[in-house]
Design a protein around this ligand. Structure first.
Ligand code: ATP
Ligand code: MG
Length: 454
């Protein structure tokens, strides 16, 4: 069942129940008040008449005494202690005949339902004792057809029934309008989602009204999510295009040397040697590049870090020793403390530090200085070189994937342009910061900052 139908049915049923309950209260209150009013009127008449009868010598009075008190469709009778009628006046004899005379020593009211001409009639009766010399000698009985009550009851019932039906219809229409109002943005969202499902292309919901309610919040959140998805997709597309472009050059080189080998290489040993060497070097470059792709994918995937307490001093000492041996370059570690503890993912942090030192080695000829600075708010690892530096306008670009300041030179050094992008991701995962200060021709200072973890 559609949610709009459900809302409609529930609200209408509820409103009908409320109307029925209210109507019942109104109806029964009306009946009670009307009957009480009729009884009061009869009692009042009876007490006036009693006063008159008390003046008479005979307790039964005369017809002349009683007649002026007759109302429409009523009777007045005097009953003796044996429940016999001793005097009666009526303008509705069939009605009076249906009601049995009853002696009552106490004042009281009664109501009877009798059948007259195949119709049920309500009769209101009051009985008041007649006293002579302090003794009850008879009962004055007033009976009256409650015609007003019947009429009022029927009228009220029809009004209440009409109001209930009108209420139900209005609630049905109102419910439909309300559920449509609520469902319109939801239907809009469902349509957009179905479009996305069918086309596979992220699409935003068209928010027409600034309602500032939960539904608008839902749509805005959905659009934000779609925006992120769009950016991610765009990013992915860009990466695939950049990566293919980067792989194209070494693959073209490999292919052309392989062609050369096929054509002439086997006859000429020198050509064959050159070709194999170039193929080897380009294949190594591709290998390094694919390793970098995987590292980048790993740092972008949002995988959890395997953090633990690390002694940064010994970690940097080890890295320094390894790189010094591999590149035959001087790497100086400057640190005042014997040990600095940081909470980090050791493998990833090591990777980020190596990326910075590797850059310093690649883009300078002099020694490389590494400074470790620990403070209350965090720890900095600063890698300083005295090399070619980065031109001022390029500083903001060098963290972008595949960006290299000097493409030709980077090919010589084997750079892929992914190192700093990977390092930035790693430090971001550690809630840290990476900053590069550089002066072209003077040198570069790269700083990794790791905030203290609680
Ligand atoms: N210390 C530095 N001195 C001068 N230029 C630098 C330095 N560090 C980075 N750069 C410039 O920033 C670019 C991007 O650096 P990044 O480390 O991301 O890539 P790469 O070194 O070219 O390749 P990879 O690190 O993936 O082997 C480099 O190509 C280089 O032009
Ligand atoms: Mg690099």
């Amino acid at each position: 069942m559609k949610i709009t139908t459900k809302i409609n049915l529930i609200t209408t049923t509820w409103i009908i129940c409320v109307l029925i309950a209210v109507n019942a209260v109104v109806f029964f209150s009306f009946m009670k008040i009307t009957v009480n009013m009729e009884d009061d009127e009869l009692l009042q008449k009876a007490s006036v008449l009693i006063k008159e009868l008390n003046k008479e010598t005979s307790a039964a009075g005369t017809k002349e005494n009683l007649t002026p008190y007759l109302a429409n469709h009523s009777y007045i009778r005097v009953i003796n202690p044996d429940s016999k009628i001793v005097n009666q006046v009526t303008n509705d004899p069939p009605m009076a005949a249906k009601i049995k005379a009853e002696f009552a020593a106490k004042k009281g009211t009664d109501r009877l339902t009798i059948r007259l001409k195949n119709k049920e009639e309500q009769i209101g009766i009051v009985r008041v004792p007649i006293q002579k010399n302090g003794q009850v000698v008879g009962t004055l009985e007033f009976g009256k057809k409650l015609a007003g009550l019947e009429l009022g009851k029927d009228l009220l019932l029809s009004i209440l029934a009409f109001c209930t039906v009108l209420g139900a219809v209005l609630s049905l229409l109102g419910g439909r309008w309300l559920s449509n109002l609520i469902m319109r943005p939801i239907s809009n969202m469902i349509n957009t989602m179905e479009d996305i499902e069918q086309s596979g292309i992220p699409k935003k919901i068209d928010i027409q009204l600034e309602t500032k309610d939960e539904l608008q919040k839902l749509a805005v959140t959905f659009n934000r999510m779609i925006g992120r998805l769009e950016r991610n997709l765009e990013n992915q597309k860009q990466f695939i295009s950049d990566a293919s472009h980067e792989l194209k050059t070494p693959l073209t080189v490999i292919k052309s040397y392989a062609d050369l080998l096929l054509r002439r290489g086997l006859q000429n040993e020198a050509v064959a040697h050159d070709a194999i060497e170039s193929i080897h070097s380009e294949a190594t470059r591709i290998q390094k590049m694919t390793e970098r792709f995987l590292d980048l994918a790993d740092t972008e995937s949002g995988n959890l870090l395997e953090t633990k307490k690390i002694n940064l001093v010994s970690l940097c000492e080890n890295i320094g020793k390894q790189l010094q041996a591999a590149y035959k370059r001087m790497i100086d570690l400057h640190v005042n403390e014997a040990s600095i503890t940081v909470v980090a993912d050791e493998v990833k942090l090591k990777q980020a530090i190596i990326i910075l030192i590797d850059n310093a080695i690649k883009y300078s000829m002099d020694k490389v200085d590494v400074y470790l600075e620990d403070s209350e708010i965090g720890t900095s690892i600063i890698v300083k070189d005295y090399g070619i530096g980065v031109p001022e306008g390029e500083l903001e670009n060098i963290f972008e994937r595949f960006y290299r300041v000097d493409k030709a030179r980077s090919r010589e050094t084997g750079g892929t342009g992914l190192g700093l992008a990977i390092a930035k991701n790693i430090i971001k995962q550690h809630q840290g910061e990476i900053k590069i200060r550089s002066t072209e021709g003077v040198g570069t200072e790269a700083e990794l900052f790791l905030p203290k973890r609680k």
